[in-house]
Write a protein that binds this ligand. Structure first.
Ligand code: KG4
Ligand code: ZN
Length: 364
């Protein structure tokens, strides 16, 4: 049974008689994570990464599901212990229902349902992308409503208008690759291992971002496109930086290409990163100007990018925004963000029964 709760009018969290303890589980892709949240405060956020995918240059769904199966029990156990509690303290179980890899989602979903059944506690299904947005409500200072959030991950790139913790809509999104994919695919073209985003970030910090110019896609409205950037990098490397045009007189040999990459890696990374960052921030600026909203957040794995964080803060100063970025551990996939979303959904009475199923795609 769920506890009786009263919603605060400012929607900054429910108040209730006694503590509300939520156990949350995240398993949408290649991180197995569990978190315990008491009254909207995250007490533990345990994340087990899967290194098995590195050798394949991307996440292998079947291997991800198997790794979740191995990790889920020890990860939940560690999260409970880190929070200093046991299953007896748990009032509700939140889990990532969608979107994600179906085999991965099913492991966390079935585990959550089994626990809910065994403990006779309410079950709270959570949308992974909404949880990325609400990661901004974990620590103080928190954004006021309505706020805008640029959510940038390996699978998604969205501008979300968040009116309350349980009422948000996507007002812009990518038409092809996600920003994280743009980083990872560019890194792959440079011969860097998966996931290449953090490596591009690392090399970019020593490079000159103005050395090479990559085209900015012409996209109407608040939507994004990154596939053209990938193609321009491909051609740029094919002619060893002689031109970033699609057609060039010169085609480098494989050795020349590798030499060019080796000698110019920091500048290439800095220039690619700068282009991805300007594509993202130009749309975010447009969204703020169009909506008049000035509480602006970042979320998702790519918000760990140092170039994006710096330019975001600079843009915030220029346009008098209140800017928010979750702590690093809440940017990449984690159960802390599922727990905080579960907390607000509990307040709104948004529970599911045991017939709820995981889905790879989901509407908002
Ligand atoms: O949100 P996330 O952990 O997982 C998904 O839901 O996709 O995001 C993972 C993505 C990957 O594409 C990874 O390369 C990218 O975030 N990423 C970065 C950085 N750290 C993670 N991209 C650029 N710079 C970083 N520092
Ligand atoms: Zn994610």
């Amino acid at each position: 049974m769920s506890k009786e709760i009263i919603i605060n009018s400012d929607l900054h969290g429910p108040s209730f008689p006694g503590d509300l303890t939520i156990l949350a589980i995240e398993s949408s892709c290649d991180e197995t994570s569990a978190s315990v949240c008491v009254n909207g405060k995250i007490l533990s956020n345990f994340i087990a990464n899967q290194t098995v995918h590195e050798q394949y240059g991307g996440v292998v769904p079947e291997l991800a599901s198997r790794a979740h199966m191995q990790q889920i029990v020890p990860v939940v156990d560690a999260a409970l212990k880190n929070a200093g509690c046991t299953l007896k303290n748990i009032d509700a179980i939140a889990f990532t229902q969608s979107p994600g890899l179906i085999g991965s989602l099913l492991v966390g979903g079935q585990f959550a349902k089994s626990l809910a059944l065994a403990l006779d506690k309410p079950l709270i299904p959570v949308h992974h992308m909404q949880a990325h947005v609400l990661a901004n409500l974990i620590d103080d200072p928190k954004p006021g409503f309505p706020f805008l959030c640029l959510t940038v991950s390996g699978g998604h790139t969205q501008i979300v208008l968040c009116e309350s913790p349980v009422n948000m809509k996507v007002i812009g999104e990518t038409m092809d690759d996600a920003a994280g994919e743009a980083f990872d695919k560019s890194a792959k073209l440079l011969g860097l291992p998966y996931p290449g985003g953090p490596l591009i970030d690392k090399y970019a910090q020593q490079g000159n971002a103005n050395r090479f110019t990559f085209p900015e896609p012409k996209m109407e409205g608040l939507d994004f496109s990154f596939s053209g950037l990938k193609t321009s990098i491909l051609y740029f490397l094919k002619n060893a930086g002689k031109s970033n045009l699609f057609k060039s007189e010169f085609t480098a040999t494989e050795t020349e290409k590798q030499e060019f990459i080796k000698n110019n890696l920091p500048d290439i990374c800095a220039s690619i990163q700068q282009r991805i960052v300007t594509i993202l921030l130009n749309k975010l600026k447009k969204a703020s100007l169009e909506t008049g909203i000035t509480d602006i957040c970042l979320a998702g794995g790519v918000s760990a990018n140092s170039g994006l964080r710096k330019s975001f803060e600079e843009m915030g100063k220029s346009y008098h925004w209140n800017t928010f970025i979750p702590a690093f551990q809440y940017c990449t996939d984690n159960a802390g963000m599922i727990a905080i979303t579960g907390y607000y959904k509990y307040g709104a009475g948004q529970f599911a029964d045991l017939s709820v199923s995981s889905t790879a795609r989901a509407a908002w």
